[in-house]
Design a protein around this ligand. Structure first.
Ligand code: GAF
Length: 384
């Protein structure tokens, strides 16, 4: 039995109706472009969150997880009130999904459920543990409530939960990545149209691996820098007279430099050049394969460090050390202000690169990082 189904048995006598899971993700490139209607290229990873569900005869939703002491329960009839009142802590993720799903699928048949959630997605590493919870619960409730929503609609449900129940002003990249992931491929997503296609990564064929360097510096998207960056991008788009920064290209940058204050200009330049780097990465993968994308990854990091200013010294050191240890490219991944960096490496160099990073962190007086490799993997699914 899986950890989620085991947990379910500890707080209900009702039989499990099934188990669903959804993965975390690594973003290969395209950072903070999603809420600017731009392009992203994430891939789902093998670390997953599972939701085991038992059906109830009443209208109570009860959620429990291995990382909290007691189950949280709310009646379906009180769900709107509970979400509006806030203060739900971790339960805002699964209950927010239930709330958003009910609104998105008027034809569904909501009923009481017990939900047990277990996860091996590292929390706080920028690997989207939150979208993994949302994806697993959305996939589960969509089935047991006969909501009949497709994967893109379920990704939207996840984002609504994240934005309006949790209160984090994120884009839709993570929810789309967790829904649409495929083995050995990244998801190339246009965040305006939500058109997506898998892009072959060919890491295995080429003997390459992605090393994740989790700095263990924590970040929180519901507060602080993430929202400020988003506001700055929106202000930049308004000042430039476009609906979103997606509508600017590198040819517009000289005009942007004249019209915007220095900081806003650098925020805008990151988004505009990052969108172009995503397009270039996809074209390069298609034409030349993964060995040719390293410089684009590293340029993305420099842009986040210098223009968008969302890196931290630990991430910069991780990137710099991985490159010196032979990485083809390296960058921080995710929302920033902490979390993880990724390095694209020949498989035989992974161990020495991880050791080099550990030594550099020790020499700098930083907390020892956690390092592990990840494999592009399948998206949300029913497991049992
Ligand atoms: C976080 C957010 F949730 C995403 O929507 C995205 O903006 C990302 O940061 C930065 O690219 O993961």
């Amino acid at each position: 039995m899986s950890a989620a189904t085991d947990l379910l048995a500890t707080f209900t006598d009702r039989p499990a109706a099934g188990e669903w899971s959804a993965p975390g993700r690594v973003n290969l490139i395209g950072e903070h472009t999603d809420y600017n209607d731009g392009f992203v290229l994430p891939f789902a990873i093998e670390h997953r969150t599972s939701a085991a569900v038992a059906l109830r005869e009443d209208d109570i939703i009860r959620v429990a997880t291995t990382f909290a002491d007691a189950p949280v329960e709310v009646a379906l009839a009180d769900l709107d009130h509970a979400i509006a009142a806030g203060g739900l802590d971790w339960a805002a993720y699964p209950l927010g999904v239930a709330w958003a799903l009910r609104a998105a699928a008027p034809g569904a048949s909501p009923r009481g459920v017990d939900i047990a959630i277990a996860s091996d997605v590292p929390v706080g590493a920028g690997l989207s543990s939150s979208a993994a919870i949302e994806g697993a619960v959305a996939a589960a409730l969509s089935d047991v409530w006969a909501a009949g929503l497709d994967r893109v609609a379920l990704a939207r449900v996840g984002r609504t939960a994240e934005n309006d129940a949790v209160g984090a002003p994120t884009g839709i990249m993570d929810q789309m990545a967790t829904m649409l992931g495929e083995a050995d491929a990244a998801t190339f997503l246009d965040c305006r149209s939500l058109e997506a296609r898998p892009v072959d990564l060919g890491f295995t064929r080429e003997g390459l691996q992605i090393l994740v360097i989790d700095t263990l510096v924590t970040h929180a998207h519901a507060s602080g820098g993430y929202g400020e960056r988003r506001a700055s991008c929106e202000a930049g788009a308004r000042a430039m007279g476009v609906p979103a920064l997606r509508d600017l290209t590198v040819d517009d940058l000289p005009r942007a430099q004249q019209q915007l204050d220095e900081v806003t200009f650098r925020r805008v330049r990151h988004i505009v050049t990052e969108n172009q780097r995503v397009l270039d990465t996809v074209a390069t993968l298609d034409a030349d394969g993964p060995r040719a994308i390293g410089d684009l990854l590293t340029a993305s990091h420099a842009s986040m460090r210098d223009d968008f200013e969302i890196s931290v010294p630990e991430l910069d050191l991780a990137v710099e050390t991985a490159l010196k240890a032979g990485a083809l490219g390296a960058r921080m991944t995710g929302g920033g202000f902490g979390g993880a960096a990724i390095a694209l490496l020949d498989a035989e160099r992974v161990d020495s690169a991880a050791s080099a990073v550990a030594a550099a962190f020790e020499a700098a007086g930083f907390r020892a990082p956690r390092t592990f490799t990840v494999t592009p993997s399948a998206g949300a699914r029913r497991d049992a």
